[in-house]
Design a protein around this ligand. Structure first.
Ligand code: HEC
Ligand code: HEC
Length: 452
């Protein structure tokens, strides 16, 4: 299947979440205090810790695509559909049967089990914090949450329900007909399109709750133990975990081979790029302590096993990315990493926030340049304007292999593997707005406006 991106990535309506405000209000002043529980710390390491914390601050807003903006009615309908077992052929399972909130929206199994009671090929991934994701599924074969939603319903191994039958059944129910009409006043129908939009809207609001770690970032140094702070430093420093588990959700939503023994080709089979063989989507580590076992094949039973894998169990092969550091970690360093990862899991029942406030994002001005840098998994600049007929030059001045793509009715472009040092040239013959992105690191986005 090809990787196709619609205009959804372009402009985004952002929704501010009220509960996030609390996590942000801690104040920068308190940050400078650093880790008081570590005994005497010199000023250099305090500053370094403050800078580190800044990289993991929670955002104040959830991004929603322009093509499917947020509404409370849509979310409510999506939540109901997500929990409704009548979406499956024999009425035995709902989305929530495999994606259980108390189990980190996973299911506690090695690999999932669907309607025919057969084990599926892959482990059930978490659904926390997917509003920020690019393509979804372990191999990114669905461009968006909207596209993904129909997959499990119709898959014979999962809910095994033909879509037209399901839509007809839901439309015949007065309660559902009313709920769809309220959620989609401009197009008040029980339709596949509306069902997918409602489920995707619900999923985007599954933002994991602030934990002890967020209080630490907010300035309360006493909430983490010395061991947990050590784990944080290792995670963001020597162990290199944050190369991929970056930012507040602890993922860059990119695809990497982390050297598991599985034969699964992952992203390689989707992109048809050798360098992407065995690469899978980096999961958010929020709420990870609740959702053992781990990885796309469910092959690692505990967080201790995961860290042990990174500390020496990596299978050597040419597709291992430069972001994966081959380092040795002592027993106590491994324990500190595990302790730290556990601080990203909420202590009580992890409910997503219900208090959602709409806020608009601002578009950055477009630069008039034709050369783009790709350093550090980022296009720079991120927004450019060129004349129709002009070319853009994208230079991979990064250490990583990239895959430059445009998927548009007017322009279909796939660079294949773009190795470090290689330049890719794209001609834009027609006016319009285009999204250029990387198939391996899909959060690398470049918006191109082509004008006369
Ligand atoms: C039988 C168990 C099962 C059911 C039922 C199920 N899922 Fe999943 N879900 C999975 C598995 C397994 C995967 C991973 C498949 C893959 O990546 O190839 C997955 C992947 C996903 C993903 C991608 C997550 C990511 O991080 O990329 C989303 C979103 C999702 N499911 C939503 C849903 C929705 C919505 C429903 C109901 C319409 C649903 N699932 C029903 C097991 C299930
Ligand atoms: C090169 C990028 C990269 C680096 C570096 C990295 N990870 Fe991962 N991590 C991933 C990917 C990709 C997966 C999913 C792999 C799979 O299923 O094949 C993953 C999975 C995990 C999981 C399991 C999550 C789940 O929901 O199953 C944990 C926990 C984890 N990593 C922790 C760490 C820690 C701790 C470190 C540092 C020692 C680290 N990672 C370093 C990319 C990375």
């Amino acid at each position: 299947m090809s990787v196709r991106r619609t205009a959804q990535g372009h402009l985004r309506i952002a929704l501010a979440i009220a509960f996030l405000a609390g996590a942000l209000a801690g104040g920068a002043a308190a940050l400078a205090q650093g880790s008081v529980d570590q005994g005497s710390v010199d000023q250099g390491s305090v500053d370094e810790l403050a800078a580190l914390k800044d990289k993991f601050r929670r955002p104040a807003a959830i991004p929603f695509p322009v093509s499917n903006p947020y509404s409370a009615e849509k979310r409510r309908l999506g939540e109901r559909l997500f929990h409704d077992k009548s979406l499956s052929a024999d009425g035995s399972i709902a989305c929530a049967s495999c994606h259980e909130r108390q189990k980190g929206f996973s299911d506690g199994r090695v690999t999932a089990v669907g309607v025919p009671r057969r084990a599926l090929a892959r482990h059930t991934p978490t659904l926390w914090n997917l509003a920020w994701a690019g393509p979804v599924f372990w191999d990114g074969r669905a461009r968006s949450l909207e596209e993904q939603a129909a997959g499990p319903i119709i898959a014979p191994d999962e809910m095994a329900q033909p879509m037209d039958k399901l839509i007809a059944r839901l439309a015949a129910r007065r309660d559902y007909a009313r709920a769809f009409a309220r959620a989609f006043p401009e197009n008040p129908r029980v339709s596949e399109e509306n069902l997918k939009q409602a489920i995707a809207t619900y999923e985007r609001t599954l933002v994991s709750p602030p934990t002890r770690f967020d209080r630490f970032v907010g300035g309360d140094a006493s909430v983490l133990s010395a061991q947990e702070v050590d784990g944080f430093r290792l995670f963001a420093g020597k162990a290199g975990c944050a190369n991929c588990h970056a930012g507040w959700a602890f993922t860059d939503y990119g695809f990497y081979d982390v050297g598991l023994e599985s034969e699964d080709r992952g992203r390689g089979a989707v992109l048809r790029i050798e360098k992407a063989e065995h690469a899978f989507k980096t999961p958010s580590l929020r709420e990870a302590a609740r959702r053992a076992p781990y990885m796309h094949d469910g092959s690692l039973a505990t967080l201790e096993d995961v860290v042990r894998h990174y500390a020496g169990g990596i299978v050597d092969r040419p597709t291992l990315p430069p972001d994966l550091r081959r380092i040795s970690l002592s027993e106590s360093e491994q324990a500190a990493l595990v302790a730290f990862v556990k601080t990203l899991t909420f202590d009580g029942d992890p409910l997503p926030s219900r208090a959602i406030v709409a806020e608009k994002s601002q578009a950055l001005p477009a630069a008039h340049v034709t050369s783009i840098s790709q350093h550090d998994k980022m296009f720079t600049p991120t927004r450019v304007r060129v004349k129709a007929g002009e070319r853009l030059w994208l230079l991979n001045n990064d250490t990583r292999t990239h895959n430059v793509r445009v998927f548009d009715d007017k322009l279909d472009f796939d660079s294949g593997a773009q190795e470090p040092g290689e330049t890719v040239e794209i001609a834009f013959p027609q006016t319009g707005s285009y999204l250029v992105f990387c198939g391996i690191h899909p959060k690398m986005e470049l918006n191109v406006e082509v004008v006369r």
